[in-house]
Design a protein around this ligand. Structure first.
Ligand SMILES: [Zn+2]
Length: 251
């Protein structure tokens, strides 16, 4: 039957594309990974939220940001890369001294999908060691670059008892560098609810709009009664139910 054969020739590439797209979406899902504990927000009725800043640490950005956070009495969580922390260990110390939390955002900020177990281990352990050297104590939370997780990474995180921290509010990710400060603020105020984890990118010069949005976000959320805590404090506030393991059998 040449017609059936012809149909398969047309269908197979389509199926392949659809499967690839499905796997790709699963790999960067905010709320799912194949193993280990993933947190995108916590279930609480208390008006608590966590501000999280990815990438860096960058000296110029922190010089602008830290006085804003201090003026509002806000403690935040900084998911830093090992490479940048290695170049500027003093910034890590400065963040901890100001009461902020340091999280692990990998060493070299590569998509950690289709990487070897040795690569994953090196990226995570090297960065944790630098965070410890800066003075961090207790659990170090992890956030994957680009939110991409794959299979090897979650398995390693699970085996070593690390928790993956995602987010449920990301006002500057989708529009990226074209998002305005007003838009970033509006989106954050509209989407934040008790237990939210807010992701912002302020570390590089292209992210001025996000930086300018920070005081507006803080003032807007405070006016709605919210308190700002680190991600660890947010997790601790809901200890009995804080860990929701992803439900998927080990393959
Ligand atoms: Zn990042």
């Amino acid at each position: 039957m040449w017609r059936r054969w012809q149909a398969w020739v047309l269908l197979l590439p389509l199926l392949l594309i659809m499967t690839t797209a499905a796997v790709w979406n699963l790999c960067k899902s905010r709320t799912f990974q194949v193993a280990g504990v993933l947190v995108a927000r916590v279930e609480t009725e208390a008006p608590m939220v966590a501000l999280t800043f990815d990438d860096g640490p960058n000296a110029n950005a922190l010089a602008a940001l830290l006085p804003i956070l201090a003026a509002h009495g806000v403690q935040a969580t900084f998911f830093v890369t090992g490479a940048e922390l290695e170049r500027h260990p003093e910034l890590g110390q400065q963040l901890l001294a100001a009461g902020h939390e340091l999280g692990n955002h990998s060493f070299s900020h590569q998509r950690m999908v289709f990487k070897s177990a040795a690569f994953v281990e090196n990226e995570i352990e090297r960065t944790d060691a630098l965070i410890r050297a800066a003075g961090a104590e207790g659990e170090i939370l992890f956030r994957p670059p680009y939110g991409a997780k794959g299979i090897t990474l979650p398995r390693y995180l699970e085996r070593t008892g690390r928790r993956t921290i995602m987010w449920d509010v990301e006002p500057d990710s989708k529009r990226g560098k074209t998002a305005t400060s007003e838009r970033i603020t509006e989106t954050t105020l509209a989407e934040t609810r008790p237990g939210s984890i807010i992701l912002l990118h302020v570390m590089y010069p292209s992210r001025q709009a996000s930086l300018a949005a920070v005081p507006r976000i803080i003032e807007g959320l405070k006016a709605r009664g919210y308190n700002f805590v680190t991600v660890s404090a947010l997790l601790d506030s809901t200890s009995p139910t804080k860990a929701q393991p992803s439900a998927m059998p080990e393959a």
